[in-house]
Design a protein around this ligand. Structure first.
Ligand code: MSP
Length: 497
């Protein structure tokens, strides 16, 4: 197996205000990247911004500034959020960068030279107020004004030519589109004849885009431009050796809203350009707010900044990763957020740390006791911890993050029960060695749990691991060092009232 791991997020529209949905995809990619780095896989994690198109041009015009200036002003809303959320991306791509524009032109030229781009007159319903072609259904909806029939010359990509090849590819690579129900959705879509894709916009209508290398009167359609970011950042046509190493991407992580562009447009573009297809495209579901879709018009968009300020970054990361069964929609409610926080983080996880450290301070002058000879109880915790890291790795591989987290929390809960059963606070009076063994075992189990949870909560687990003053990265048994002195720490997860 190749031990290079390349994961991407969608590149977000620079004009949008980042919300919990964008934060979710990015945190998910971050958590998976961190697990891969821990496993020793060389990892490349890419995110970035999609900066061309009508909306950006309009916003800049309204402000009376140059569109690039507008993008530069908006971009930090994303980059500073990613910093706050401890996103460990290795690269950040913006489609207005020269490195990207060059590659888009290059691909367009290759596809053109291949005979896969042709010119045609397109006739359709055009809404002047929206400045785009609309469907008949949209025209009937009464939402759009100034509708006229417009004839326009454009360039088209022969997507239809690759339909059969794509169907064959999907069928012979069962993990290409995940989860399975999304693959079936695409195969269903591909039962109807595929249209060719209009990949240009006349400059008279839109000029904020990448100029076609073969016609200066046109710019590139924003999706044809945006998808190429994944190979630009991998070093395509710039650093062949690097590109060989990074490409094909291991996983394009996306939301279900952009499945067709990734699972149909992108692979056919790559086929035409003679580039290998990505290994997998994984579409997750949506975060709903109290059961309805988050949208500007409903006014129910959750701003991740507010949540972080109120509850801290790690609990937000934990909640998002624990609560969503990847592939399905999930419901964000403040009630479930607080319940999760209090039960998993304050009661189970935080409580175990404070019990262990309080007792070690009180009875062993803050010095981690020796484990001594382990009894069956301790041997069973030790062997559980050994299985746990394998189970977690397997679940992450299968994108079952919520299950992996639950598995770790069950382990922590079983250690809390072990503490209650053995009551080292009582035991210490008659059997100090025994109490030391129990505290060592509970502390070591907690340390391993924290190492396993560190990709999800990189900040608070580090505080915990620091407090234990022992091995911080290794999850095999014995990293807690007898004789090490516990360090002072703030309460890890104070209960939310
Ligand atoms: N610019 C395109 C993507 C181009 S990729 C080559 C785009 N951008 S976007 O800003 O609209 O971001 C879309 C992505 O944000 C979704 O695919 C998803 O990953 C994430 N989410 C946006 N809203 C979401 C939810 N309510 N819930 C979960 N994720 C969602 O599309």
């Amino acid at each position: 197996m190749k031990n290079h791991f390349y994961i991407t997020t969608p590149i977000y529209y620079v004009n949008d205000k980042p919300h919990i949905g964008h934060a979710y995809t990015t945190i998910l990619a971050d958590v998976i990247s961190r697990y891969n780095r821990k496993l020793g896989n060389e990892t490349f994690f890419l995110t970035g911004l999609d900066e061309h198109g009508q909306k950006v041009q309009e916003a800049a015009e309204n402000l009376g500034i140059d569109p690039k200036k507008h993008c530069d002003k908006m971009a930090p809303r994303f980059t500073s959020l990613w910093d706050k959320l401890y996103i460990s991306n290795d690269d950040f791509i913006r489609t207005t960068e020269d490195r990207h524009k060059k590659i888009v032109k290059k691909i367009l030229q290759i596809v053109m030279d291949n005979g896969d781009i042709y010119e045609a007159e397109y006739e359709g319903l055009y809404s002047v107020s929206e400045e785009r072609f609309i469907t008949e259904k949209e025209a009937e909806s009464g939402v759009y004004r100034d509708i006229k029939t417009l004839k326009e010359k454009n360039y088209f990509f022969k997507m239809s030519k690759y339909q059969d090849q794509l169907i064959k590819y999907i069928n012979s690579n069962p993990n290409f589109i995940q989860p399975n129900h999304r693959k079936n959705e695409i195969l269903g879509f591909l039962k109807k004849p595929l249209n060719d894709l209009c990949i240009s916009r006349p400059k008279s209508r839109l000029n904020w885009g990448i100029e076609l290398p073969f016609d200066e009167g046109y710019v590139t359609y924003v999706w044809f431009d945006a998808l190429i970011n994944y190979i630009t950042a991998a070093g395509y046509s710039k650093d062949e050796k690097l590109f060989q190493k990074r490409w094909p991407a291991s996983c394009h992580l996306i939301g279900k809203d952009i499945l067709t562009t990734h699972a149909v447009y992108w692979p056919t573009m790559l086929m035409s350009a003679g580039i290998e297809l990505p290994i997998s495209i994984f579409a997750h579901g949506w975060w709903l707010m109290e059961d309805s879709k988050m949208s500007k018009s409903l006014g129910n968009i959750i701003n991740p900044m507010d949540l972080i300020e109120d509850y801290g970054v790690d609990p937000v990361r934990y909640y998002l990763m624990r609560e969503m069964v990847i592939g399905q929609d999930a419901n964000f409610t403040f009630k479930s957020f607080i319940q999760r926080y209090n039960s998993d983080l304050a009661n189970d996880f935080g409580n175990l740390l404070s019990r262990v450290t309080t007792l070690i301070h009180k009875n062993f002058l803050g010095e981690i006791p020796k484990p001594g000879k382990l009894s069956d109880q301790e041997l069973s915790i030790k062997s559980k911890s050994e299985n746990l890291s394998n189970q977690v790795t397997k679940m992450i591989d299968e994108m079952r993050l919520n299950d992996a987290i639950e598995e770790i929390m069950q382990f922590i809960r079983s250690v809390n029960k072990y503490m209650e059963r053995n009551a080292p606070w009582k035991m210490v009076k008659e059997d100090k060695v025994g109490a030391g063994r129990v505290l060592y075992t509970a502390g070591e189990a907690l340390r391993i749990g924290a190492v396993l949870l560190s990709p999800v909560m990189p900040n608070r687990t580090l505080i915990l691991l620091d407090a234990l003053n022992s091995e911080k990265v290794n999850y095999s048994w014995g990293g807690l060092l007898p004789g090490a002195i516990l360090k002072k720490h703030d309460p890890l997860f104070p209960r939310i009232k």
